[in-house]
Design a binder for this molecule. Structure first.
Ligand SMILES: Cc1cc2nc3c(=O)[nH]c(=O)nc-3n(C[C@H](O)[C@H](O)[C@H](O)COP(=O)(O)OP(=O)(O)OC[C@H]3O[C@@H](n4cnc5c(N)ncnc54)[C@H](O)[C@@H]3O)c2cc1C
Length: 386
């Protein structure tokens, strides 16, 4: 992958920041489940909250390949930190692609500077994979909409100041997706309760919440794109960029696990030699490294297709599926290489093992990715018209 000078500089700056300012504190803050306030401030200064925003609105407008590389680097050091950026950047993507000119001008510069940060509210207690089954409604009342319902698993739900909310504006529409609309809501109006922070296995340092909307008022001009019924398409496109960032996070976690494992394997000795000289350990290292390299190539290939403006749900689905399953496998294999130490909080491997499963669930489960992949393949290889 050939990067221009500016892209190389951006990545070098991100790596240096992670090494100097995040790595030394990541383990302890993660164990305390502490929100990294100062680190987030530095990320704002570095322009990371506008990584995928067009330059016209103050953003960096980076290619998806560089965007993926940044997520890989951050997740390699602390996956939760990548989560603070992840849903925010999906919100930026949806507004930049589908927002009206007025919405882009009003929201993107503020999001880019990180003055306000975004969360995406799609999932509900009764609807995650099947997003068309959402029950949250938005009813028009003159110059505003009233939103009612509840959203579940909302990452950044407490600290984000702007919410992208998927709603039903027409419960009887057929097909169902034509009754779905998306809104940008700024916190402050009455009717929104953050009902709880969900206690999680991993993905620590940032909050994941349940949100309750009761006659929550959103101005009509905040309907994304200005037309009802477009929300499902907008969110599905936004999820392509989320799957690239989730895949890249998988790559970051897998790489971290591998790097720890290959280092430890050269230090730890059993039966008179370093464990890396036992063939059983070598097989693990070889498999981990091969799958990591394959993940990287799948991610870059999907990102390039997205940069060309082509439909890429097949490629993005493959990248997300493979890279995140690889993260899960590498985290477990690293734990085996570490033996008992892999299970101890003194070493980082147990953290990778707790962080990796979210990646196979979030951004659309890997079961769903397989369905999307198969659907695309059946279309591509259809024998109906031949
Ligand atoms: C830590 C965390 C953070 C999250 N952050 C956010 C966020 O910021 N915003 C947001 O909107 N959501 C968020 N989510 C929600 C996440 O997107 C959903 O959990 C995910 O989409 C799965 O939905 P579900 O949990 O309702 O599972 P379900 O949809 O109930 O699925 C349960 C199981 O059934 C399988 N399944 C479902 N349908 C099919 C089918 N047709 N064929 C085969 N298998 C199927 C699924 O793959 C899964 O294995 C987050 C989740 C977690 C755990």
């Amino acid at each position: 992958m050939i990067l221009n000078e500016e892209e190389q500089l951006i990545l070098a700056t991100v790596r240096q920041f992670l090494e100097k300012e995040v790595e030394p504190v990541a383990i302890e803050m993660e164990h305390r489940d502490e929100y990294p306030e100062d680190i987030v401030e530095r990320m704002k200064e570095m322009g990371l909250f506008g990584a995928n925003v067009p330059e016209a609105y103050g953003g960096q407008d980076l290619s998806y390949t560089v965007y993926a590389m940044i997520f890989e680097e951050i997740a390699r050091v602390w996956m939760g930190l990548a989560g603070i950026l992840g849903t925010h950047s999906v919100m930026c993507d949806v507004i930049a692609r589908f927002g009206t000119q007025e919405q882009k001008q009003r929201f993107l510069p503020v999001l880019t500077r990180g003055e306000k940060r975004g969360a995406i509210c799609l999932s509900e207690p009764e609807a995650g994979t099947d997003l068309q089954a959402i029950r949250t409604t938005a009813a028009r009342k003159g110059d505003h909409y009233l939103i009612n319902g509840s959203k579940m698993w909302i990452t950044n739900g407490r600290r984000a100041e702007m919410l992208l909310i998927l709603t039903k504006t027409d419960k009887d529409a057929r097909p169902v997706y034509e009754g779905i609309s998306t809104f940008i809501a700024e916190k402050g109006a009455p009717g929104l309760t953050i009902s709880r922070d969900i206690d999680k296995l991993g993905y620590k340092g940032l909050e994941t919440c349940e949100l309750l909307f009761e006659d929550f008022r959103v101005p009509a001009e905040n309907l994304i794109g200005g037309r009802e019924g477009e929300g499902f398409k907008q969110v599905m496109t936004g999820l392509e960029s989320e799957r690239i960032n989730v895949a890249a996070r998988g790559l970051g976690v897998a790489r971290a696990a591998f790097e720890e494992a290959i280092k430890y394997a050269q230090q730890r000795r059993t039966f008179g030699k370093p464990i890396c000289e036992h063939q059983a350990i070598q097989l693990k290292l070889a498999d981990m490294a091969t799958k990591i390299e394959a993940s990287r190539l799948l991610i870059y290939s999907a990102a390039e297709k997205k940069d060309r403006g082509e439909r890429c749900d097949l490629e993005v689905g493959m990248a997300k599926l493979f890279a995140t399953e690889t993260a899960q496998e590498c985290a477990l294999e690293a734990m085996r290489v570490f033996g008992g130490n892999g299970y101890a909080k003194d070493f980082p491997v147990e953290r990778y093992y707790r962080d990796a499963p979210l990646l196979i669930i979030g951004g659309g489960t890997n079961e769903l990715q397989r369905l999307v992949i198969a659907r695309n393949l059946l279309k591509k290889y259809s024998i109906r018209d031949s």
